[in-house]
Design a protein around this ligand. Structure first.
Ligand code: UGA
Length: 439
């Protein structure tokens, strides 16, 4: 099938590359000339395991193309995915300007019947706006082309995006016509049919928000349990095993930590709350999920003050892990940024390390005094009063603790992701603080 994908962020690139891998003829479009130029040399502008290889093999096979021209990109397409960004507006609602701009441009250039699919996370009702935008432009140029709109939200996780696309738990397709449903079912025919869930457009749009909001809720719930565990002397890691073993609860997304980040959970929870408010309902759970998460991002700093006293000016802290989670270079809404700001604000300095996110972090923290970027994880510990583990990259999981001790001024660890055993840390002579665990 001929397919176009507009917007080459995570979702667009993974969708385009993987669909090309299934034998479709895919053209990816982006306004960013530099990005398209580098993709045309098989260079992916961010780190995502496996993606570069798929892009390279499909480009070589002639099934995957990149262009800055939407007109050229959508020529002959049976399906056109809109995968441009929907950033948060100042009030927390999703900003649809890019999605609707693309829709209008599709209307201006469409030559054949097609299904216009929103894959970006968009508020309920967006497909209707996309339909109107395409139709208006078509009408303006006197065109009479049959087109459909559809919603096909993406559930991929950064860092596991390619395997999530190839082997999803489910694919959700929202349409308002049998024709569009059949075309999209054909596109996903590489999956067992029971994995393809067809529904109306609004339910499909809502499914995406409900899924992310529930996952974020699980995390905030567990972070709240961790707070209570600390107060009553329980170990949240044991509690996690105790409750996760109940198949109704499950182990996924109940790991406590120093808060969730990324481009999705914070933005989507805010946007859904905003949608509800706009319809006159004040969602109490979503508000609590956000509040708990905001507070959780400051927790390590509070533990630092509890240990070192209120005046930490002049001290230096090591931070391991900057990205919002392992296996990505993405720094959006990362907990590390909140900790760094808190420490700098209190007059302390930081020495930071991350295997993939240093460039992005340098960009974000440019001009901030007191931040030293260190290429070696042990070098980052030199002359520091404590280590804070913020992102649980594999390379931090079994470090050389002897070496850690030697490099630091005092052996204190704040483990924001509960990666180390409190007993083992004590045995090795560290003062250890986890999240929701007895010290
Ligand atoms: C999330 C969803 O998992 C995807 O299904 C969805 O498609 C995507 O958002 C999206 O809307 O595009 P992602 O943001 O890539 O994916 O990252 P996750 O792996 O879900 O992690 C999000 C945050 O939650 C990270 O900061 C992580 O550290 C934190 N987390 C996750 C916890 O604190 N505890 C957990 O148990 C799990």
């Amino acid at each position: 099938m001929r397919i176009s994908v507009i917007g080459t962020g995570y979702v667009g690139l993974v969708t385009g590359a993987c669909l090309a891998g299934y034998g479709n003829h895919v053209t990816c479009v982006d306004v960013d000339q530099e990005k398209i130029a580098s993709l045309n040399q098989d260079r992916v502008p961010f780190f995502e395991p496996g993606l570069e290889e798929i892009i390279k093999s499909n480009r070589t096979a002639g099934r995957l193309h990149f262009t800055t021209s939407l007109e050229e990109g959508i020529k002959g397409s049976k399906v056109c995915f809109i995968t441009v960004g929907t950033p948060s507006d100042v009030d927390g609602s999703a900003d649809l300007q890019y999605v609707l701009q693309v829709a209008r441009e599709i209307g201006r250039h469409m030559e054949d019947p097609m299904v216009v699919v929103t894959k970006s996370t968009v508020p309920v009702g967006t497909a209707d706006k996309v339909r109107s935008a395409v139709a208006e432009e078509l009408k303006a140029r006197g065109g009479q082309i049959n087109f459909f709109v559809a919603s096909n939200p993406e559930f991929l996780r950064e860092g596991a995006a390619v395997s999530d696309f190839m082997n999803p738990d489910r694919v959700v397709i929202g349409t308002d016509s049998k024709e569009a449903e059949e075309i999209l079912k054909e596109l996903y025919s590489f999956l067992p049919p029971e994995k393809v869930l067809c529904m109306d457009i609004r339910s499909s749009e809502m499914t995406k928000y409900a899924a992310n909001a529930l996952l974020a809720t699980k995390i905030s719930f567990m972070n709240e349990m961790a707070r209570i565990c600390e107060l009553v002397g329980a170990d949240v890691e044991r509690v996690r095993l105790g409750i996760g073993s109940d198949s109704r609860i499950g182990y996924a997304f109940i790991s406590p930590g120093c808060g969730y980040g990324g481009s999705c959970f914070p933005k989507d929870v805010r946007a859904l709350r905003h949608t509800a408010l706009r319809h006159g309902y004040s969602p109490r759970i979503l508000q609590a999920v956000e509040d708990v998460n905001e507070a959780q991002k400051h927790l390590i700093f509070q533990k630092v003050l509890r240990h070192f006293g209120q005046d930490i000016s002049g001290l230096t802290f090591a931070i391991w892990g900057l990205s919002f989670k392992p296996n990505t270079s993405d720094m959006r809404e990362a907990s590390s940024l909140v900790l760094i700001q808190d420490l700098l604000g209190a007059g302390a300095s930081v020495r930071v390390h991350d295997p993939k996110a240093m460039e992005e972090a340098k960009h974000i923290l440019a001009g901030r005094n007191g931040v030293t970027f260190v290429e070696d994880q042990y070098e980052a510990l030199k002359g520091t009063s404590a280590l804070a583990l913020v992102t649980e990259w594999d390379m931090y999981k079994q470090p050389d603790f002897q070496r850690i001790k030697e490099e630091m001024l005092s052996p204190v660890i704040f483990d924001g992701r509960n990666q180390y055993s409190p007993n083992e840390m004590r045995r090795l002579g560290f003062t250890y603080y986890g999240i929701g665990r007895p010290n």
